[in-house]
Ligand binder design. Structure first.
Ligand code: ADP
Length: 252
């Protein structure tokens, strides 16, 4: 079974009931159209689904709608038409605690890290847990574990400005996973990094995927696309299509 699929031309689904079980298809778009008031069309009647445990890349030119697609999945944007399902639930129909609970299952990483400059690394990572009301002892247990996973076990007391860009991005990964989400959305996580740090971030995301997280990452870096060896989807002119890998030329 393919781990991801998009069928821009498929017929409308007969039912509007969720077609993906909570654990089987964590990310799904059903006939989603999204544009902005500026007139920019990002998605035009797009169907997409990503299987649990998949690692997929989303590429496309700047302004094509990569960030918008991720925003639909973490609830920061709403579709004009169609349905967005996360963990088998219609995210745009949820409110209050149900929405908050679903959002906890989605970790998000941004290109610009979005760290709190006046908080230490450990505080940045633990902040979200404190906001959720977790016990101090639990925060004390989880934060070092998350920092360890990104290779920053010894940097918890540093402030972000004492870290390199690559390290700051790794802190933001730790922050995204400390709440133990099932899904990781990474929006151009390597966009501000040099090649070496970009590869390190990719490797960490792949390791997290091996631990069971479903990962959808946007990038416009062809080198990264090439070495990631993951299914790639391209968004362009409102369409979302799988990219077929180039076939090696037959030996003469
Ligand atoms: P990408 O991530 O592929 O660079 P985006 O999803 O950020 O693309 O943006 C897609 C298009 O939608 C761009 O033309 C952008 O200017 C426009 N856009 C994004 N967000 C908004 C917004 N909040 N209001 C109006 N236009 C927006």
């Amino acid at each position: 079974m393919p781990i991801a699929s998009a069928h821009p031309s498929q017929k409308p689904a007969a039912s509007l009931e969720p077609s993906g079980s909570a654990c089987g298809i964590p990310l799904q778009l059903q006939q989603v159209t999204k544009s902005y008031r500026s007139g920019r069309f990002c998605l035009d009647n797009v169907n997409f689904q990503l299987q649990a445990g998949a690692f997929a890349l989303l590429t496309g030119p700047s302004g094509a709608g990569k960030s918008t697609l991720l925003k639909l999945f973490y609830g920061a944007e709403h579709p004009d038409r169609g349905q967005v399902l996360v963990q088998g639930q219609y995210i745009n129909r949820l409110r209050g605690r149900a929405l908050a609970y679903l959002r906890r299952q989605v970790g998000v990483i941004f290109q610009d890290y979005k760290l709190l400059e006046r908080r230490t690394v450990a505080e940045n990572v633990g902040f979200v847990l404190a906001a959720r009301g977790l016990a101090w002892s639990e925060i004390q247990r989880r934060v070092p574990a998350a920092l360890s996973l990104v290779g920053l076990a010894d940097r918890g007391n540093c402030f972000p400005d004492a870290l390199s860009g690559g390290e700051q991005q790794r802190v933001s990964i730790a922050r995204a996973i400390v709440g133990q989400p099932r899904i990781l959305l990474a929006d151009e996580p390597t966009g501000n990094l040099d090649r070496q740090n970009a590869l390190q971030v990719l490797k960490i995301l792949q390791q997290l995927n091996k631990k069971g997280l479903t990962v959808l990452m946007t990038t416009h870096d062809p080198h990264l696309v090439e070495i990631a060896q993951a299914p790639v989807w391209q968004i362009q002119a409102g369409r979302l299509d799988p990219v077929t890998p180039a076939q090696p030329e037959a030996a003469q």
